[in-house]
Structures are given as structure tokens and as C-alpha cells.
Design a protein around this ligand. Structure first.
Ligand code: NAD
Length: 344
């Protein structure tokens, strides 16, 4: 094993992180699933979906997964969450994963049906990776990181993995904090997309900042309740991967989930809205997982319920908003008694 870092996923985030690592002087190989996109990254050093990318010349690009992971000391997993399981199945099949390699998971989602976080999906596919997976998350739109805009993220996982990840990525303009609460960091990064859809729907309905601030704050309350039911630490959700990512995703013009919500708010069906999008909006699948997870944990989470109904049952955003605003008002901390989240 050498100093090689393998970035698995050449979408906007994977390519941006590969570029950042290349600029940090790391030995980077970037694997991209679509051969034509891999060729474009290799030849033109850019992406059609992100023309501002000028991929560092030291980054080696390949479409061959076996070549990509062979001998790597760290693998950055950054394919969209729906493809994480398939990608790790394929990595296992290559037989080229080094014994000492560890995984940095940067995909944000909770898998449908299994309701597993991405680190859990990875370990389920390759059990020998137990204790060797950490998560990298936080408010970090690729479009801004690629321009060197100051950004702060968090790396969470067991043992020394967060510090090792910090050493690999940290720069003045890409500050990596550490955490031991991987559950909280992963859940914050995944669930915020649901509230970005809700805030986008507000934009589509022509509402204002008050409503979005209310959705974000009550959304954070829902995230904490799911998180605590999954044994995450409440404080994690006040950090970069919780509140930080919630703010950026709900308010940014770069957010695909907010944009999808805006289309839903304007009256498009999910199918019509997705038909107008060129990139993945992971919040759609995450809404289904969160809806199921809340039921499993016996939690009544009204915003998740309404976004689920809008996306999967054809309810209009206007009707959902009416039903949310007609709920009886309660104490703001109704579900937190004695510092613990209570079931609904
Ligand atoms: N874009 C961002 O700013 C950003 C920031 C932080 C985290 N993330 C996370 O990074 C992950 C990747 O997002 P992105 O924005 O780079 O994606 P993207 O939408 O830019 O690209 C999609 C990628 O999926 C790949 N793909 C398609 N089918 C596949 C398959 N069957 N197997 C493997 N790969 C396949 C495509 O080749 C492409 O590389 C997501 O989980 C996202 O939440 C993104």
C-alpha cells in the first residue's frame, strides 16, 4: 500500500474533492462510472455540469474501478447515495481493496427500505471494513469549493479516522473539524435535504423568509428527534453537519433539493419536477427513508409527513402548508423532557 487516495465518484462533488486533494499535493486517482464523463474529465479536465472545474493535472482519471482502488490507503466514497451499495459490491468484486485501507464516506442519504446510513451500507457490503469507515459532511456546495470559497466541514468516525481525514483534506479554505458522532453527522447531512424541498416549496408558493426560517427551525427539531432515537448526540445537530448544512441547503441557489421543492411549490408533480432536473436530488429518496424511519421510531414528524405526501401521494404544497399551519400549537420543547427526546 502506498500514499494513493482513490476518489470513487466523478460527479460534481467527487471531482471537486479530487481537485482539492490534487492541489493539496496528494496522490489521487478519480474513478468515474460513466465512460464518456471519465474521458471528458481526463481530456478536458472539466465537467459539463460544472464548467468552472479545472481538474488539477496531477489527478489521474479512470473508468476502471479495479485500477482505481488497487493499493489505495484511503477511498473517498462520493457516488450518489442510491449507488453506494452497488459501488461497494463492485469494489469487493475487484479483490483489490488493501487490508489497511479506510473509507471516507461523503455521500448523503439514508437507504430506502434498509433505512441504513451510508457507512452502514458500506460495512454491510464489505464486513471487513467495520471500524474503518468515517463520514465527511457539512455545508459545502461543490460550485463554491471549486472556487476556493472558505468552507468548513466535519469528519466523524471511530478512533483516529477523523484526524486522518482532517490531515488529508484540511486547507485554509477547506477547514475540517472532527467529531466522534458519526450517526449524528450522517443523519444531519442526509435529512436536511427534506427541509430544503420544503423551503423550495415556499419559494414556489411565493412565501417569505419567515416561513422558511420556521421550517428550518422546526425541521431541526425533527432531525434531533430522529437522531436521538438513533443514539446520536443532540449537540451534533447544532454543528456543521446539522444546522450548518441545513442553512446552506435550504437557502442556496445551488441546492438541487431546494430547486426541486420550488417546482413542487409551483404545482408540478414529482415526475414533472424530476423531468426538468439534470442532477440528482437525493432528498426525494431520503424523504421516503425518513418517513419510514420516523414510523419505526414511533415519532410523529409533521414536516416529513407533509413532504412525503407532496412527493409520493400527489398532495399539493398549498394543502400541505395549510395542514401544517392548522396543527394545534404546543410548547416549543414539547418533545424534549429532562434533556431527552420523547416518542410522540
Ligand atoms: N454536489 C455537491 O455540492 C455535494 C456536496 C456535498 C456532498 N455531496 C454528496 O456527494 C454525492 C455525489 O453527489 P454529486 O453532486 O457529486 O453527484 P452528481 O449529480 O454531480 O453526479 C452523479 C454521479 O453519479 C454517477 N452515477 C450514475 N449512475 C451510477 C451508478 N450506477 N453507479 C455509480 N455511479 C453512478 C454519475 O456517473 C455521476 O458521477 C451525493 O451523495 C451528494 O449528497 C454533494
Amino acid at each position: 500500500m502506498n500514499d494513493k487516495i482513490s476518489v470513487v465518484g466523478g460527479g460534481s462533488w467527487g471531482s471537486t474533492l479530487a481537485d482539492l486533494l490534487g492541489r493539496n499535493g496528494q496522490n489521487v486517482t478519480l474513478w468515474e462510472f460513466v465512460p464518456q464523463v471519465a474521458a471528458q474529465l481526463n481530456d478536458k479536465r472539466t465537467l459539463a455540469v460544472m464548467p468552472e472545474l479545472n481538474l488539477h493535472p496531477g489527478v489521474h482519471v479512470t473508468n476502471d474501478l479495479s485500477e482505481a482502488v488497487s493499493g489505495a490507503r484511503a477511498i473517498l466514497s462520493v457516488v450518489p447515495s442510491e449507488f453506494v451499495r452497488g459501488t461497494f459490491k463492485a469494489i469487493k468484486k475487484t479483490g483489490k481493496l488493501s487490508d489497511g485501507a479506510f473509507i471516507i464516506s461523503a455521500s448523503k442519504g439514508v437507504e430506502n427500505d434498509s433505512l441504513l446510513r451510508m457507512s452502514e451500507v458500506i460495512v454491510q457490503e464489505i464486513p471487513s471494513l467495520a471500524g474503518k469507515v468515517c463520514a465527511l459532511s457539512g455545508p459545502s456546495h461543490a460550485e463554491e469549493v471549486v472556487r476556493g470559497v472558505p468552507t468548513a466541514v466535519v469528519s466523524a468516525g471511530p478512533g483516529k479516522l477523523p484526524e486522518q481525514t482532517q490531515d488529508i483534506f484540511n486547507t485554509d479554505n477547506f477547514r475540517v473539524y472532527t467529531s466522534s458522532d458519526m450517526t449524528g453527522v450522517e443523519l444531519g447531512g442526509a435529512l436536511k435535504n427534506i427541509y430544503a424541498i420544503a423551503c423550495g416549496a415556499c419559494d414556489g408558493l411565493g412565501l417569505g423568509d419567515n416561513t422558511k426560517a420556521a421550517l428550518m427551525t422546526r425541521g431541526l427539531n425533527e432531525i434531533v428527534r430522529i437522531g436521538m432515537a438513533q443514539r446520536a448526540q443532540a449537540m451534533t445537530f447544532l454543528g456543521l453537519s446539522g444546522m450548518g448544512d441545513l442553512i446552506v441547503t435550504c437557502l442556496s441557489r445551488h441546492s438541487r433539493n431546494r430547486l426541486l421543492g420550488e417546482k413542487i411549490g409551483k404545482g408540478l408533480s414529482l415526475k414533472e419536477a424530476l423531468g426538468e432536473m439534470t442532477m440528482v436530488a437525493e432528498g426525494v429518496r431520503t424523504t421516503k427513508s425518513a418517513f419510514d424511519l420516523a414510523r419505526k421510531c414511533q415519532l410523529d414528524l409533521p414536516i416529513i409527513n407533509e413532504i412525503y405526501r407532496c412527493l409520493y401521494e400527489g398532495k399539493s404544497a398549498k394543502d400541505s402548508l395549510r395542514d401544517l399551519t392548522h396543527r394545534p400549537v404546543t410548547s416549543e420543547t414539547e418533545h424534549f423532557k429532562g434533556g431527552e427526546a420523547q416518542p410522540s
